[in-house]
Design a protein around this ligand. Structure first.
Ligand SMILES: Nc1nc2c(ncn2[C@@H]2O[C@H](COP(=O)(O)OP(=O)(O)OP(=O)(O)O)[C@@H](O)[C@H]2O)c(=O)[nH]1
Ligand SMILES: [Mg+2]
Length: 432
């Protein structure tokens, strides 16, 4: 577990860039007596992916404060004799279990890593460009046509750790949450007679009868926490995966009447916005070893019962009531549903490309004809239009997709500008 004095980072922003595909080759077999043999240019290699991997031995995102760029290798160009270029080397981001991956630009969930060894692709490498051997046809017997490799996905990811625990300890500062975790488990969080002793979540393993539970001790919550007061709100994220909450209340009332404290914290849970208010909750009325607590217990318990819940009186100091608390926790856990997990969008990719059914055509303010079509835009980006064959091939693709006919119908005349993605060219009635 992280040391409670070290900096604990449970959020990180990283830049990822997958590799570019290698360019396809345009080459021709050299044969005796044949000046120009058949096309034998190989395809470029695929760009490397950027992967994210869940690691059991990691417990925070601290390492990503120092390294926050993950760039995969580019694919190598294709070569003569139909040799394909080597694929680019992948890059991998290691994260702890419980990490949620967001597209930083859209805030959409891409992945939720909760399985040991789970690996997901966060940025896909670009496809290798096709070599000229692939363009051979009856029309192009010796095609001088090759495609550049495609760019890999690129963007920023936001990573947020949501600790995986069965039970979350919530409550006001000084209520005795850390003392309780110390009593319940072998964890040794810092305990002190002042508020905000716990500055980061601490996990403890509770061994009970024939099972064991993971319990998360969270920093104390105060009123206004959900609006950013105190420390607690940002850590409530770590209670989201807990199936049961133990709400610890300082029964002594020395700092605040226990019922008031209970209601204030419940209000903050509800304001958090992840359904924490409806999570099964056990109220632990702590410090029952103190005379003040014993004096207030029956009124407190009576009020809880009228609200339909049965609190447990405990003392983290003496161990009173702890066995009962553990039994209640096990019983509640047995019936508690699995909390909703972050749901990845489909497909889980950075900045998904817009999908158009048919090519769209419109006119720009300056009169240029703009063609919107992912397939043609990709072709325009990748095709090296520096040979007559390539220009001819592109023209045929425009004809086949129906774009030529639509341009003519729309009134395009020779000399007009046509735009496809980053490519701009002058329209000619017969070809480019
Ligand atoms: N008498 C008595 N004192 C307790 C008991 N439980 C905790 N305390 C004391 O209450 C104070 C706060 O305890 P912590 O366990 O640090 O409280 P916490 O809820 O973790 O506080 P934060 O981390 O600040 O939110 C310490 O001085 C503890 O010794 C108890 O059962 N009886
Ligand atoms: Mg504490």
């Amino acid at each position: 577990m992280p040391d409670s004095t070290a900096n604990f980072f449970d959020q990180a922003r990283v830049y990822v860039r997958a590799g570019r595909g290698g360019d396809g080759a345009a080459s021709f077999r050299r044969e005796k007596h044949v000046p120009l043999g058949g096309p034998d240019g190989g395809d470029g290699g695929r760009g490397g992916d950027v992967l994210i991997r869940a690691r059991e031995n990691l417990h925070a995102l601290t390492h990503l404060q120092y390294r926050h760029r993950f760039i995969a290798g580019n694919g190598a160009p294709g070569q003569r004799s139909l040799r394909q270029g080597r694929d680019g080397k992948p890059a991998a981001i290691d994260v702890p279990l419980g990490t949620v991956v967001y597209d930083d630009a859209t805030s959409q969930v891409l992945h939720d890593l909760v399985e040991v060894g789970q690996v997901e692709v966060v940025a896909h490498g670009g496809q290798g460009g096709r070599g000229n051997a692939r363009f051979k046809s009856s029309r192009f017997t010796a095609p001088d046509i090759a495609l550049r490799g495609a760019d890999g996905d690129e963007g920023h990811l936001r990573l947020e750790l949501e600790l995986i625990a069965d039970v979350g300890l919530v409550g006001a500062p000084n209520a005795g949450k850390s003392s309780l975790l110390t009593r319940l488990s072998d964890a040794r969080p810092k305990v002190a007679p002042y508020p905000f002793t716990t500055l980061q979540p601490v996990l403890g393993v509770v061994v009970a009868s024939d099972t064991h539970l993971v319990v998360a001790d969270l920093p104390g919550l105060i009123e206004g926490a959900s609006e950013g007061a105190g420390l607690g709100a940002q850590f409530l994220r770590h209670a989201r995966r807990s199936r049961v909450l133990i709400h610890v209340v300082d029964g002594s009332g020395l700092e605040r009447p226990p019922l008031e404290a209970l209601d204030a914290i419940d209000h903050e849970l509800a304001s958090h916005g992840a359904g924490l208010e409806s999570r099964p909750q056990i109220v632990a009325f702590n410090k029952i070893d103190l005379a003040e607590s014993r004096a207030g217990w029956s009124d407190f318990a009576a009020e809880c019962r009228t609200r339909g819940s049965e609190p447990v009186a405990v003392s983290a100091a003496t161990g009173d009531g702890i066995a009962t608390l553990i039994q209640r926790t096990l019983g509640t856990l047995a019936e508690a549903p699995e909390p909703a997990r972050p749901q990845p969008t489909a497909p889980p990719v950075l900045r998904p490309e817009p999908v158009h059914d048919a090519p769209r055509l419109f006119r720009r303010a300056d009169g240029a004809y703009v063609i919107r079509d992912p397939v043609l835009e990709r072709l325009a980006r990748q095709l090296k239009l520096d040979t007559p064959d390539a220009v001819d091939y592109f023209q045929r693709r425009l004809d086949r997709s129906g774009v030529t006919a639509r341009l003519e119908k729309a009134g395009a005349e020779p000399g007009d500008t046509v735009v496809i993605g980053e490519l701009e060219f002058e329209w000619e009635a017969e070809g480019l």
